[in-house]
Design a protein around this ligand. Structure first.
Ligand SMILES: Cc1cc2nc3c(=O)[nH]c(=O)nc-3n(C[C@H](O)[C@H](O)[C@H](O)COP(=O)(O)OP(=O)(O)OC[C@H]3O[C@@H](n4cnc5c(N)ncnc54)[C@H](O)[C@@H]3O)c2cc1C
Length: 419
């Protein structure tokens, strides 16, 4: 995050997160990337012990009562360990958001507290094999008999399929009711969740990403989160941390620095390559984009903190940030690799791992095409509802009203009927 926005307290907090990030063994990063580790339990427990999980949640559940702006700062530092680590810390924030805002007191005691403490882990099970973008088309069903719901269906790509103690699962309770058809459930692994497949990933490995199968899994009614058929409300709220936290681009900042230091030392044609415009303009473009993303991330986080605007307006900004931040992450990492030349493509530098991880960010938590859908939808809704604010720029033209009426044509005239 840009220095200008940081208070003294946030600078101390940043230092605390940096100390934790520095303490994480390099071997863990390498072993996760090599798929030698299915789930990094020790990392999660250590983060919990240091009170560095679920930092926005109330102190009474073990959180720190911090703000979204603090969380952006936090996730930007965690992100220097790589995308899988930022992902794990984000999952606490995402599932925790649902538990904190919609959970009954007993659910918060049972699930939110250990999640923040790092003694239990959660998975977020939204995406299904039939598709993730069309969330409301989910086909996992929950049928109620007595005071038990029986869940049947599948969820795909769940981080923590291997590793999580419980899952936040969306299932149909009101078939055919569109956005009112889904409910959210807290489903413990031991209730009968099966892990059918653990994926071989291009990057971002070591977080137990797999496919879950539910065959009439009995879930007691006290594990319904919020009200029946209110899944959409919970989903929309979870999408705030899910997408906003993409704004913590510390990982690509760190990779850009690797490239800049390399360019400052590496020689070609008798001079350091930073003297070539093809190299140094890339650095300039990358750092400009990262600074713009960081400033925007702060603005969006503060908008949500302060509750500015309608939920639709906030949704638009959060989606814009997700799109901009993840595209930038990819572009910067890709440029960093170009600057390193051939050696960047090898495992001599962490750039190739970062590039493999960066590619995922434009796909998960809602693809960037889906972000565009939301952005344009909310933007049209806003401008058409409010009318013209301030000066009417459209009127600043030389034509008369009569000429305008003839020239500003929006649809074709009906063909006159034959006489
Ligand atoms: C490593 C990894 C970890 C993940 N972790 C989780 C997790 O923990 N929990 C979870 O629930 N999910 C998780 N996901 C799933 C992820 O969020 C989805 O993959 C993503 O939302 C896209 O869904 P899909 O893969 O089914 O693609 P599809 O929905 O099938 O989309 C395919 C393509 O079509 C495009 N498309 C679809 N609809 C439209 C449209 N209306 N307009 C324009 N383009 C469209 C998409 O942008 C995409 O390019 C993870 C995925 C991966 C790869």
């Amino acid at each position: 995050m840009l220095e200008v926005f940081l208070t003294e307290e946030q600078k101390r907090f940043k230092q605390e997160v940096q100390d934790f990030v520095k303490s994480v063994p390099r071997q863990l990063i390498l072993d996760m990337d090599a798929d030698k580790i299915k789930f990094p339990y020790e990392f999660v427990r250590d983060a919990g012990r240091r009170n560095l999980l679920g930092i926005r949640f109330p102190k009474k559940y073990g959180g720190r009562d911090l703000k979204w702006v603090d969380e952006i700062l936090y996730i930007g530092e965690i992100n220097k360990l790589g995308v899988p680590f930022a992902c794990l810390c984000s999952v606490t924030s995402i599932v925790g958001e649902a538990l904190n805002l919609f959970g009954a007191e007993a659910q918060k005691e049972k699930y939110l507290k250990p999640l923040i403490a790092g003694t239990q882990w959660a998975g977020e099970a939204l995406t299904e094999p039939r598709g993730g973008s069309d969330f409301f088309g989910a086909t996992t069903v929950a049928r109620k008999k007595g005071n038990i719901y029986y869940l049947t269906g599948q969820k795909r790509f769940t981080v923590g399929a291997e590793g999580a103690d419980f899952f936040l699962v969306y299932a149909v309770t009101n078939p055919g009711a569109g956005r009112d058809s889904l409910s959210a459930f807290i489903v413990e692994r031991d209730m009968g969740v099966e892990v059918k497949h653990v994926y071989g990933l291009m990057g971002s490995r070591g977080t137990g990403t797999g496919r879950l199968v539910f065959r009439d899994v009995p879930v007691p009614e006290e594990n319904l989160l919020g009200k029946e058929n209110d899944g959409a409300k919970i989903f929309y709220r979870m999408m705030v941390p899910e997408r906003l936290l993409s704004g913590g681009v510390g990982g690509s900042r760190a990779i850009l620095e690797v490239a800049a230091r390399y360019a400052n030392k590496r020689k070609a044609f008798g001079m350091t390559i930073r003297n070539f415009e093809g190299v140094n303009f890339k650095i300039a473009d990358c750092v400009t984009k990262l600074d713009a993303v960081s400033a925007f991330a702060y603005a969006v986080a503060k908008t949500v903190d302060d509750g500015v605007g309608t939920p639709g307006y906030q949704r638009r900004l959060v989606s814009e940030l997700k799109k901009l931040a993840t595209q930038t992450y990819w572009e910067v990492t890709n440029d960093a690799m170009q600057i390193l030349g051939g050696i960047g493509y090898t495992n001599t530098y962490p750039v190739e791992r970062a590039l493999r991880e960066a590619r995922l960010a434009m796909i998960w938590t809602g693809t960037n095409e889906v972000m565009n859908l939301i952005i344009q939808h909310e933007y049209y809704k806003e401008i058409l509802a409010k009318g013209i604010e301030g000066r009417d720029v459209e009127a600043d033209v030389a034509l008369t009203e009569e000429q305008l009426a003839e020239e500003r044509i929006y649809e074709s005239e009906p063909i006159p009927a034959a006489t």
